[in-house]
Ligand binder design. Structure first.
Ligand SMILES: NC(=O)c1ccc[n+]([C@@H]2O[C@H](COP(=O)([O-])OP(=O)(O)OC[C@H]3O[C@@H](n4cnc5c(N)ncnc54)[C@H](OP(=O)(O)O)[C@@H]3O)[C@@H](O)[C@H]2O)c1
Length: 257
Protein backbone atom coordinates (compact mmCIF):
# COMPACT_ATOMS: atom_id res chain seq x y z
CA UNK A 1 0.00 0.00 0.00
CA UNK A 2 1.41 3.42 -0.90
CA UNK A 3 1.87 5.88 1.97
CA UNK A 4 0.15 9.27 1.68
CA UNK A 5 2.35 12.18 0.62
CA UNK A 6 3.63 14.06 3.68
CA UNK A 7 3.40 17.46 2.00
CA UNK A 8 2.10 19.13 5.19
CA UNK A 9 4.98 18.05 7.41
CA UNK A 10 6.03 20.76 9.91
CA UNK A 11 2.80 22.67 9.42
CA UNK A 12 -0.14 23.29 11.76
CA UNK A 13 -3.83 23.23 10.83
CA UNK A 14 -6.93 24.19 12.81
CA UNK A 15 -10.29 22.63 11.91
CA UNK A 16 -13.52 23.96 13.41
CA UNK A 17 -16.50 21.64 13.71
CA UNK A 18 -14.08 18.76 14.26
CA UNK A 19 -16.58 16.85 16.42
CA UNK A 20 -18.75 15.72 13.50
CA UNK A 21 -17.98 13.68 10.39
CA UNK A 22 -16.98 16.49 7.98
CA UNK A 23 -14.54 18.13 10.38
CA UNK A 24 -13.27 14.74 11.54
CA UNK A 25 -12.57 13.67 7.96
CA UNK A 26 -10.81 16.96 7.21
CA UNK A 27 -8.67 16.67 10.35
CA UNK A 28 -7.76 13.04 9.58
CA UNK A 29 -6.67 13.79 6.03
CA UNK A 30 -4.59 16.83 7.04
CA UNK A 31 -2.97 14.90 9.90
CA UNK A 32 -2.27 12.02 7.51
CA UNK A 33 -0.36 14.40 5.29
CA UNK A 34 1.80 15.57 8.17
CA UNK A 35 0.03 18.58 9.73
CA UNK A 36 -0.37 18.87 13.50
CA UNK A 37 -4.09 19.54 13.86
CA UNK A 38 -6.05 21.58 16.39
CA UNK A 39 -9.57 20.18 16.74
CA UNK A 40 -12.17 22.79 17.70
CA UNK A 41 -15.85 22.31 18.62
CA UNK A 42 -18.09 22.27 21.69
CA UNK A 43 -18.36 18.49 22.23
CA UNK A 44 -15.06 17.80 23.98
CA UNK A 45 -15.56 14.03 24.30
CA UNK A 46 -15.67 13.62 20.53
CA UNK A 47 -12.60 15.81 20.09
CA UNK A 48 -10.67 13.74 22.65
CA UNK A 49 -11.62 10.55 20.84
CA UNK A 50 -10.48 11.88 17.47
CA UNK A 51 -7.31 13.29 19.02
CA UNK A 52 -6.51 9.83 20.42
CA UNK A 53 -7.12 8.22 17.06
CA UNK A 54 -4.81 10.68 15.26
CA UNK A 55 -2.11 10.20 17.92
CA UNK A 56 -2.40 6.39 17.63
CA UNK A 57 -1.82 6.73 13.89
CA UNK A 58 1.41 8.64 14.60
CA UNK A 59 0.03 12.16 14.14
CA UNK A 60 -0.32 15.18 16.43
CA UNK A 61 -3.69 16.54 17.52
CA UNK A 62 -4.78 19.17 20.03
CA UNK A 63 -8.44 19.00 21.09
CA UNK A 64 -9.81 22.45 22.03
CA UNK A 65 -13.32 22.80 23.39
CA UNK A 66 -14.73 26.11 22.16
CA UNK A 67 -17.93 27.74 20.98
CA UNK A 68 -16.82 29.70 17.92
CA UNK A 69 -19.83 32.01 18.13
CA UNK A 70 -18.29 33.44 21.32
CA UNK A 71 -15.58 35.88 20.25
CA UNK A 72 -13.38 35.26 23.27
CA UNK A 73 -13.54 31.49 22.90
CA UNK A 74 -12.87 31.63 19.15
CA UNK A 75 -9.89 33.93 19.66
CA UNK A 76 -8.57 31.84 22.54
CA UNK A 77 -8.81 28.65 20.43
CA UNK A 78 -6.55 30.18 17.78
CA UNK A 79 -4.16 31.55 20.42
CA UNK A 80 -3.90 28.17 22.15
CA UNK A 81 -3.18 26.43 18.85
CA UNK A 82 -0.25 28.75 18.18
CA UNK A 83 0.98 28.57 21.79
CA UNK A 84 0.96 24.78 21.93
CA UNK A 85 1.68 23.79 18.33
CA UNK A 86 3.94 26.72 17.46
CA UNK A 87 2.36 28.26 14.36
CA UNK A 88 -0.69 28.18 12.08
CA UNK A 89 -0.52 27.35 8.37
CA UNK A 90 -4.06 26.18 7.57
CA UNK A 91 -7.44 27.24 8.98
CA UNK A 92 -10.49 25.24 7.92
CA UNK A 93 -13.65 27.09 8.94
CA UNK A 94 -16.05 24.16 8.85
CA UNK A 95 -18.35 24.68 11.88
CA UNK A 96 -21.86 25.49 10.74
CA UNK A 97 -25.57 25.06 11.30
CA UNK A 98 -28.41 24.80 8.79
CA UNK A 99 -31.88 25.46 10.15
CA UNK A 100 -34.30 25.62 7.25
CA UNK A 101 -37.97 26.48 6.73
CA UNK A 102 -40.06 29.33 5.34
CA UNK A 103 -39.22 32.85 6.47
CA UNK A 104 -42.75 33.71 7.58
CA UNK A 105 -43.29 32.59 11.18
CA UNK A 106 -39.74 31.15 11.47
CA UNK A 107 -38.31 30.94 14.99
CA UNK A 108 -35.94 33.91 14.89
CA UNK A 109 -33.62 32.13 17.37
CA UNK A 110 -32.73 29.76 14.51
CA UNK A 111 -31.68 32.72 12.34
CA UNK A 112 -29.62 34.13 15.19
CA UNK A 113 -27.83 30.83 15.65
CA UNK A 114 -26.97 30.57 11.96
CA UNK A 115 -25.66 34.13 11.82
CA UNK A 116 -23.70 33.62 15.04
CA UNK A 117 -22.01 30.36 13.95
CA UNK A 118 -21.86 30.45 10.13
CA UNK A 119 -20.94 34.12 9.88
CA UNK A 120 -19.70 35.61 13.14
CA UNK A 121 -17.92 32.42 14.27
CA UNK A 122 -16.14 32.18 10.94
CA UNK A 123 -15.22 35.88 11.05
CA UNK A 124 -13.83 35.61 14.60
CA UNK A 125 -11.57 32.65 13.80
CA UNK A 126 -10.47 34.19 10.49
CA UNK A 127 -9.60 37.47 12.22
CA UNK A 128 -7.67 35.76 15.00
CA UNK A 129 -5.85 33.45 12.58
CA UNK A 130 -4.87 35.99 9.96
CA UNK A 131 -1.66 37.36 11.58
CA UNK A 132 -0.44 33.79 12.10
CA UNK A 133 -1.32 32.74 8.54
CA UNK A 134 0.55 35.78 7.21
CA UNK A 135 3.55 34.88 9.37
CA UNK A 136 3.46 31.25 8.19
CA UNK A 137 3.34 32.38 4.56
CA UNK A 138 6.37 34.54 5.22
CA UNK A 139 8.46 31.98 7.06
CA UNK A 140 7.86 28.61 5.41
CA UNK A 141 8.16 25.66 5.33
CA UNK A 142 5.76 26.06 2.43
CA UNK A 143 5.93 29.88 2.20
CA UNK A 144 2.19 29.84 1.61
CA UNK A 145 -0.77 29.56 4.00
CA UNK A 146 -4.41 28.59 3.56
CA UNK A 147 -7.74 29.78 4.88
CA UNK A 148 -10.49 27.44 3.68
CA UNK A 149 -14.06 28.51 4.33
CA UNK A 150 -16.72 25.83 4.00
CA UNK A 151 -19.70 27.40 2.28
CA UNK A 152 -22.33 25.42 0.36
CA UNK A 153 -24.26 25.16 -2.87
CA UNK A 154 -26.56 27.37 -0.76
CA UNK A 155 -23.88 30.06 -0.96
CA UNK A 156 -24.25 30.15 -4.74
CA UNK A 157 -27.96 29.55 -5.25
CA UNK A 158 -30.87 30.74 -3.10
CA UNK A 159 -33.89 28.48 -2.70
CA UNK A 160 -37.25 29.05 -1.08
CA UNK A 161 -37.22 27.66 2.44
CA UNK A 162 -33.55 28.36 3.11
CA UNK A 163 -33.36 32.15 2.99
CA UNK A 164 -31.31 32.82 6.10
CA UNK A 165 -28.97 29.84 5.56
CA UNK A 166 -28.53 31.20 2.01
CA UNK A 167 -27.81 34.66 3.43
CA UNK A 168 -25.11 33.34 5.78
CA UNK A 169 -23.40 31.25 3.09
CA UNK A 170 -23.61 34.03 0.47
CA UNK A 171 -22.02 36.22 3.16
CA UNK A 172 -19.20 33.70 3.58
CA UNK A 173 -18.63 33.90 -0.19
CA UNK A 174 -18.51 37.70 -0.23
CA UNK A 175 -16.21 37.88 2.80
CA UNK A 176 -13.88 35.24 1.34
CA UNK A 177 -13.49 37.02 -2.00
CA UNK A 178 -12.83 40.36 -0.32
CA UNK A 179 -10.26 38.86 2.05
CA UNK A 180 -8.67 36.92 -0.81
CA UNK A 181 -7.96 40.17 -2.64
CA UNK A 182 -6.46 41.69 0.52
CA UNK A 183 -3.97 38.93 1.33
CA UNK A 184 -3.26 36.94 -1.81
CA UNK A 185 -0.16 39.00 -2.72
CA UNK A 186 1.24 37.94 0.65
CA UNK A 187 0.70 34.27 -0.20
CA UNK A 188 -2.28 33.59 2.03
CA UNK A 189 -4.74 31.72 -0.17
CA UNK A 190 -8.42 32.16 0.75
CA UNK A 191 -10.60 29.40 -0.69
CA UNK A 192 -14.23 28.41 -0.67
CA UNK A 193 -15.34 24.79 -0.65
CA UNK A 194 -19.04 24.52 -1.48
CA UNK A 195 -20.58 21.10 -0.85
CA UNK A 196 -23.95 19.85 -2.03
CA UNK A 197 -25.71 17.26 0.15
CA UNK A 198 -23.30 15.36 2.44
CA UNK A 199 -24.25 12.59 4.89
CA UNK A 200 -23.69 14.32 8.27
CA UNK A 201 -25.68 15.43 11.34
CA UNK A 202 -26.49 18.82 9.73
CA UNK A 203 -30.14 18.26 8.83
CA UNK A 204 -30.83 16.48 12.14
CA UNK A 205 -31.04 19.78 14.03
CA UNK A 206 -34.11 20.93 12.09
CA UNK A 207 -37.70 20.96 13.28
CA UNK A 208 -39.42 17.58 12.46
CA UNK A 209 -41.53 18.92 9.60
CA UNK A 210 -38.50 20.58 7.99
CA UNK A 211 -36.34 17.51 8.49
CA UNK A 212 -38.94 15.41 6.74
CA UNK A 213 -38.87 17.71 3.72
CA UNK A 214 -35.07 17.65 3.51
CA UNK A 215 -35.03 13.86 3.76
CA UNK A 216 -37.64 13.64 0.99
CA UNK A 217 -35.59 15.88 -1.28
CA UNK A 218 -32.56 13.60 -1.13
CA UNK A 219 -34.18 10.20 -0.50
CA UNK A 220 -33.41 8.70 -3.93
CA UNK A 221 -29.96 10.28 -4.24
CA UNK A 222 -26.53 8.84 -3.66
CA UNK A 223 -25.28 11.81 -1.62
CA UNK A 224 -21.70 12.79 -0.78
CA UNK A 225 -19.68 11.38 2.12
CA UNK A 226 -17.51 13.46 4.43
CA UNK A 227 -14.36 12.01 2.85
CA UNK A 228 -15.39 13.45 -0.53
CA UNK A 229 -15.25 16.97 0.93
CA UNK A 230 -12.09 16.25 2.93
CA UNK A 231 -10.46 15.26 -0.36
CA UNK A 232 -11.38 18.62 -1.87
CA UNK A 233 -9.96 20.44 1.17
CA UNK A 234 -6.72 18.46 0.98
CA UNK A 235 -6.46 19.24 -2.73
CA UNK A 236 -6.87 22.98 -2.08
CA UNK A 237 -4.24 23.20 0.66
CA UNK A 238 -1.58 21.06 -1.02
CA UNK A 239 -1.27 22.94 -4.31
CA UNK A 240 2.11 24.43 -5.17
CA UNK A 241 2.82 27.93 -3.86
CA UNK A 242 2.04 29.67 -7.17
CA UNK A 243 -1.40 28.06 -7.52
CA UNK A 244 -4.55 29.09 -5.63
CA UNK A 245 -7.76 27.10 -5.98
CA UNK A 246 -10.20 29.82 -5.05
CA UNK A 247 -13.44 27.89 -5.20
CA UNK A 248 -14.64 24.28 -5.45
CA UNK A 249 -18.32 23.39 -5.85
CA UNK A 250 -18.93 19.67 -5.22
CA UNK A 251 -22.40 18.21 -5.70
CA UNK A 252 -23.63 14.64 -5.58
CA UNK A 253 -23.88 13.68 -9.25
CA UNK A 254 -27.66 13.36 -9.00
CA UNK A 255 -28.25 16.73 -7.27
CA UNK A 256 -29.88 19.14 -9.72
CA UNK A 257 -29.86 22.30 -7.61
N1 LIG B 1 -23.97 18.28 5.26
C1 LIG B 1 -24.27 18.95 4.15
O1 LIG B 1 -25.10 18.51 3.35
C2 LIG B 1 -23.59 20.27 3.89
C3 LIG B 1 -23.79 20.85 2.62
C4 LIG B 1 -23.18 22.07 2.36
C5 LIG B 1 -22.41 22.68 3.30
N2 LIG B 1 -22.24 22.09 4.52
C6 LIG B 1 -21.42 22.80 5.51
O2 LIG B 1 -20.44 21.93 6.01
C7 LIG B 1 -20.06 22.38 7.31
C8 LIG B 1 -20.01 21.20 8.27
O3 LIG B 1 -21.31 20.76 8.50
P1 LIG B 1 -21.70 19.23 8.66
O4 LIG B 1 -22.49 18.85 7.50
O5 LIG B 1 -20.54 18.46 9.06
O6 LIG B 1 -22.74 19.38 9.89
P2 LIG B 1 -22.76 18.68 11.34
O7 LIG B 1 -22.58 17.21 11.20
O8 LIG B 1 -24.00 19.18 11.99
O9 LIG B 1 -21.49 19.29 12.05
C9 LIG B 1 -21.42 20.65 12.41
C10 LIG B 1 -20.16 20.90 13.20
O10 LIG B 1 -20.13 22.29 13.57
C11 LIG B 1 -19.86 22.37 14.95
N3 LIG B 1 -20.47 23.55 15.55
C12 LIG B 1 -21.76 23.94 15.48
N4 LIG B 1 -21.95 25.03 16.23
C13 LIG B 1 -20.75 25.34 16.78
C14 LIG B 1 -20.29 26.35 17.65
N5 LIG B 1 -21.11 27.30 18.13
N6 LIG B 1 -18.98 26.37 18.02
C15 LIG B 1 -18.14 25.40 17.57
N7 LIG B 1 -18.51 24.43 16.73
C16 LIG B 1 -19.81 24.40 16.35
C17 LIG B 1 -20.43 21.09 15.56
O11 LIG B 1 -19.73 20.77 16.76
P3 LIG B 1 -20.33 20.89 18.25
O12 LIG B 1 -21.80 20.68 18.16
O13 LIG B 1 -19.60 19.80 18.99
O14 LIG B 1 -19.93 22.24 18.70
C18 LIG B 1 -20.10 20.08 14.47
O15 LIG B 1 -18.80 19.58 14.65
C19 LIG B 1 -21.05 23.47 7.70
O16 LIG B 1 -20.45 24.74 7.51
C20 LIG B 1 -22.17 23.28 6.73
O17 LIG B 1 -22.90 24.46 6.50
C21 LIG B 1 -22.80 20.90 4.83
Amino acid sequence: MSRPTRDLDNTVALVTGASSVSGQAAARILAGRGAAVALVARRADRLQELGGEIADAGGTALPIEADVSDREQATAAVARTVEELGRLDVLVNNAGVMLLGPIADAPVEEWEQMVEVNLLGLLYTAHAALPHLLAAANEGPREVADLVNISSVAGRQARKGSGVYNATKHGVGAFSESLRQEVTRRHVRVSLVEPGAVATELQGHNRPEVKEQIEKRFEDMDILQADDIADAIAYVVTRPRHMAVNEILVRPTQQEN
